[in-house]
Design a protein around this ligand. Structure first.
Ligand code: NAP
Ligand code: MG
Length: 508
């Protein structure tokens, strides 16, 4: 077990609005109605800053998933339903309104997210919530632009025959979406924005650790005027509700974000009816600093934020830091100093820069890796400890002298722990960067534009950031190579994954 260093955690009361939301037991949304789970069971949601229970939430299981899928199916299969007769322009306006309402409720959503997940409220206010709104606004614009093609065809076995052939893009049908706890509202937005833009119906299962903002978003979606049954939200456990959704024969597609391990279970569960599958999974992303980087101070700040943003609970966290030998000592000294300067505290405190990890389970996982690394002979330059004896806080941690085969180098820790190592040349660092089962993201820091592009082209990763990191935008597709996933979120690419192509051929 790693050591514990003291931490003073102030007690901060939530606003009366958020208290009001948490007071009554939160229910499941099926066919436009908020209802208890069919079993009557509920589960507790905790404040990760002190472990206190903050809410009780309905615990849906296979029966609730059946009801939610049936509600979604009924809407989707009814050609006269308002959702299916709505013009693209009208649907676009509804989706735009969801974005507007998110911004109108920005403070409340940020506070709820902070309380539930532990992230600083200030960060949720400038990142999670505005990015969620922007995603809906971006997707709203696409609704009127989902087009097919006209295709000149030759048909060699029908000489002289004439045809008019074209493609249409149609919604996939009923979609099951399963999301994690690291960006609860934003992950819901990444999933629901494209599903609505393309005219599908959906059952969303939020993570059991952080269901609150998805439920609040459900209210917002109703307020925007999305017809009943189009969006259904079933809170519950992954092993029951999530598994039932992934396996359901009446679900046409499942979209999942979470661990690679569970992603493989989703693929197996989906095989029964061969539903479409998209997966956004884990990562162990290399962040490469060349010695000719333009501004060392800015690069060091970038490397620190690449790993410490969101407490390292980012699938694309820059968790393997590779620094060209000549500047290695300077960079790791700078990143360690940055780690030590980060103010830990509850998400709701105004001066908090890093909150607690999301759960007891995650605390054990992260401290387990800290111990494993040190036992394997790696050197902890700073951090390496739990902080305080309440809540799930850990110190931002910088480790060196780890060999490429150690678990802390190969496996996703999903915490504020970076492993740093020097390198000599491009060939070596491209090979080491690509030596991973993952391929989600990578960072490159250099003043040499040609070297930057040569390196970017050779990295097997879905996103490469050059002289920046953790830059997300609704217009930029995001997703993984290798075991980091299947398909892309955001950008117009995601629309292809929520539509089927129908080829129509008319003999003239
Ligand atoms: P997880 O277990 O993969 O959970 C992600 C989602 O899948 C949650 O909604 C979860 O429900 C659900 N789920 C779990 N088991 C399921 C099953 N058998 N069938 C269907 N759905 C299931 O991830 P986690 O436990 O929250 O975190 C573990 C690790 O996942 C992290 O440490 C990290 O490595 C990775 N992760 C990656 C991302 C990313 O963005 N790529 C995000 C979060 C976590 P419950 O919450 O009820 O279990
Ligand atoms: Mg879980």
């Amino acid at each position: 077990m790693v050591a514990t260093a003291p931490l003073d955690i102030p007690v901060i009361e939530p606003s009366s609005r958020v208290k009001g939301f948490l007071q009554s037991q939160r229910q499941i949304l099926i066919n436009g109605k908020w209802q208890d789970s069919s079993s009557g069971k509920t589960f507790a949601v905790y404040n990760p800053a002190n472990g206190d229970e903050i809410a009780q939430v309905a615990e849906g299981d296979a029966e609730d998933i059946n009801q939610a899928v049936a509600a979604a199916r009924k809407v989707f299969d009814d050609p006269n339903h308002a959702w299916n007769t709505m013009t693209p322009s009208e649907r676009g306006k509804l989706i735009w309104k969801i974005g507007d309402l998110i911004l109108e409720n920005l403070d409340e959503l940020a506070e709820l997210e902070s309380l539930d997940n532990g992230k600083p409220m200030g960060v949720a206010k400038v990142a999670d919530v505005p990015l969620s709104a922007d995603l809906f606004h971006y997707m709203a614009g696409w609704v009127t632009k989902i087009e097919g093609n006209t295709i000149p065809i030759s048909v060699p076995y029908a000489p002289g025959a004439k045809f008019h052939a074209f493609t249409m893009r149609e919604p996939v049908g009923v979609v099951g979406q399963i999301i994690p706890w690291n960006f609860p509202l934003l992950m819901a937005a990444w999933k629901l924005g494209p599903v609505l833009a393309t005219g599908n119906c959906v059952v969303l299962k939020p993570a059991e650790q952080t269901p609150l903002t998805a439920l609040r978003l459900g209210e917002i979606i109703q307020e925007a005027g999305v017809p009943d049954g189009v969006v259904n939200i079933v809170t519950g456990m992954g092993e029951t509700a999530g598994a039932a959704l992934a396996a359901h024969d009446d679900v046409d597609k499942v979209a999942f974000t979470g661990s690679t391990e569970v992603g493989k279970m989703i693929v197996n569960a989906a095989s029964g009816n061969l539903k479409k599958v998209t997966l956004e999974l884990g990562g162990k992303s290399p962040n490469i600093i060349f010695k000719d980087t333009d501004d060392l101070e800015a690069t060091i700040a970038g490397a620190a934020s690449a790993i410490f943003f969101n407490h390292g609970q980012c699938c694309c966290a820059g968790s393997r830091l590779y620094v060209e030998k000549d500047i290695f000592d300077d960079v790791i000294a700078g990143v360690s100093a940055a780690a030590e300067s980060i103010k830990l505290g509850p998400g709701l405190a105004a001066d908090t820069e890093m909150g607690p990890l999301v759960s007891d389970e995650q605390l054990n996982r992260v401290t387990g890796y800290m111990s494993a690394g040190q036992e394997a002979g790696a050197t902890c330059l700073t951090g390496g400890t739990r902080r305080g004896d309440q809540g799930y806080f850990v110190s931002p941690t910088v480790i060196k002298n780890a060999s490429d085969d150690m678990s802390i180098v190969r496996e996703e820790i999903f915490g504020p722990v970076v492993v740093a190592d020097p390198f000599d040349d491009i060939e070596e660092i491209v090979a080491r960067s690509n030596d991973s089962t993952y391929g989600l993201a990578a960072g490159i820091w250099t003043n040499d534009i040609s070297k930057a592009h040569r390196t970017a082209a050779r990295l097997r990763a879905g996103t490469v950031w050059i002289n920046c990191y953790n830059i997300f935008d609704a217009a930029l597709p995001f997703g993984g190579y290798k075991q980091s996933g299947w398909g892309r979120e955001m950008g117009h690419e995601v629309l292809d994954l929520y539509t089927e192509t129908k080829a129509v051929c008319l003999g003239l």
